[in-house]
Design a protein around this ligand. Structure first.
Ligand code: AMP
Length: 146
């Protein structure tokens, strides 16, 4: 059974828990894989959002997607990095949250995703919500119950 307190958390809008877009490392869909690999390696994130020039969410990109794209039969073909575009290797099919969504939907989705991109009514990327943030909020609520 869901207690009143838990329901209050589940019905909360996610907008207060978002890491805003200016703090989120991203690449643009037209960037090449060499640039993207630099961003991923320097930031240390396993996966980052791909946006278009109008800041609309286009996909997600991980280091693994890039390295797989340059795996030859006997060697890693680094020289190909500059020719490969981010949109050729990124995952286009991404789960995302709308800014108006509640904590309940975020909780459902973070079971399978370490973070989720958040978009506004126009489809513009506004930031991300991470599994870490959600777990922190859950912990806070659980302790308040006792
Ligand atoms: P964390 O909660 O910090 O462990 O982040 C989980 C995942 O969310 C990271 O591996 C990244 O893929 C993504 N992430 C978290 N913070 C950022 C950020 N500031 N910029 C880009 N991606 C991020």
């Amino acid at each position: 059974m869901i207690s009143t307190n838990n329901r209050a958390l589940l019905d909360m809008p996610i907008k207060d828990f978002i890491i805003s877009s200016e703090k989120v490392a991203h690449v643009q869909s037209g960037n090449n894989a060499e640039h993207a690999l630099l961003v991923l390696t320097k930031t240390g994130y396993s996966s980052i959002p791909v946006l278009d020039v109008k800041y609309r969410l286009k996909g997600l990109l991980s280091t693994k997607m890039i390295t797989e794209s340059i795996l030859g039969l006997e060697r890693i073909e680094y020289e190909k990095l500059a020719e490969i575009r981010v949109d050729d290797v990124m995952n286009h099919d991404v789960a995302y949250l709308k800014i108006t969504d509640t904590f309940r939907r975020a909780l459902d989705l973070v079971i399978n995703h370490a973070f989720l991109c958040v978009i506004d009514e126009e489809g513009t990327f506004v930031g991300i919500m991470t599994r870490r943030i959600i777990l922190k909020q859950l912990k806070k609520y659980m302790y308040q119950q006792n």
